[in-house]
Design a protein around this ligand. Sequence first.
Ligand code: BGP
Length: 456
Amino acid sequence: MSLNKDFYWGASSSAFQIEGANRADGKGLSTVDVRPVKTGIADTSVAADFYHNWREDISLMDKLGINAFRLSISWSRIYPTGNGELNNDGLAFYDRVIDCLLDHNIEPIITINHFDMPQALIDQYNGWLSRKSVEDFARYTKTLFLHFGDRVKTWLTINEPLMLMYNPGYNGSHYDRADETTSSNFLILHHILLAEKYAFKLCHQLIKNGKIAPVSAFQNVYPLSSEYEDVSAALTAESILSYWALDVAVKGSYPKTTYERLNKLGLAPKVSHADEIIFQMDVPDFIAFNYYSSIHVGGYHQTEKFIPPFFNFPLFSVDMGEERKTAKWSAMSSDSNGLVMSARKLFDRYQIPLMITENGFADTEEPDDSKKINDQERIKYLQEHVSACQEILGLEIPLKGYFVWSFLDSLSGREGYSKRYGLVYVNRDDQDLRDMKRIPKQSFYWYQDFIKSQNN
Ligand code: BGP
């Protein structure tokens, strides 16, 4: 089945995971530049060195045949202290990248903020924990829209607010609170959701034909069993992990019963009358979501179940699957049916178009003797998930695009270069920069052929 010609077959990235050059040309440091990383794991100083290789990398994108590339802008390249002087060199870097993408007929889809808040805002007022962040984010967003809005028409606000609220390395909060859910986590998220509303409004005001969306790490949840406790916990899990933020973005309020339950536990943020008015401002034009795999959730009686950090809620526990406990962490289980279910749930609930902005498979591969990277498992995973896209479109759900995470082997949030997602191998590891050469993997050639087949 061939898809609509307007469909985006793309690939994804984020600034701190590919750019490197974390102090170049006036850039201020951000949370991800200063966070403690595990011993032996690469940091953001070089990453995939996109900052110096962008021209060559965009030529490879052209060769691949993608018609859209998702990238994020580093807030602290534009405003090194988050809210002080503008850094024109930062704007100039993204001008060069965006113009080059457009010259190759690759549409830039830009995430305004992907996990990297300027560290200066943490130092000034604890970042997202303070309401002042809302105003500073709006000012930064306005600068981007005024500067790039003539060329960039599709925008994404803040990547995965739920992940951001939990991960101290991203939101800049203190490490000793890392595995405890507190009202601070939900306050961070509340401010992010207020900030997003300004971004929706500014996009509609300032960009002709501009379209904007929130980006959810949508969790498709299966109950561990058909027992009441497990089914109820699964419902709660989905309500918090997947609908809490999107309900505000699209419907203007938190999911009611879940709000009341979290409120009783002292976790829900207070929603003032002023907040209610802001929540009723503009709505997004579509929903972007990142999907890797589904999760199993059980009630608290399932105490033997694995509880990963960042999902340590008081109301339910999460089982990510047997292999997570025994095999390497990076081996994600594939559940392409879960992608179809996610799209059905999202479209039925919100009835606006969807875009899959991340989907991919992590491994630890290295080139073989003939310098080939034969990543058959990734190919299988991608095949299954692009078939799921076709199934979603067959259900008449307006899906606008599919983006592989990621174009290049990029810095994994927690695992550095010991975990590779790219269609293109980058010749470095955590310790040794080698020559940083790019080698298209077999999955690159598979995606190239697939995209060609869709264009015929
Ligand atoms: C998503 C993030 C990406 C990317 C991906 C893989 O949550 O939006 O930035 O990192 O997950 O995650 P990780 O690199 O931690 O395996």
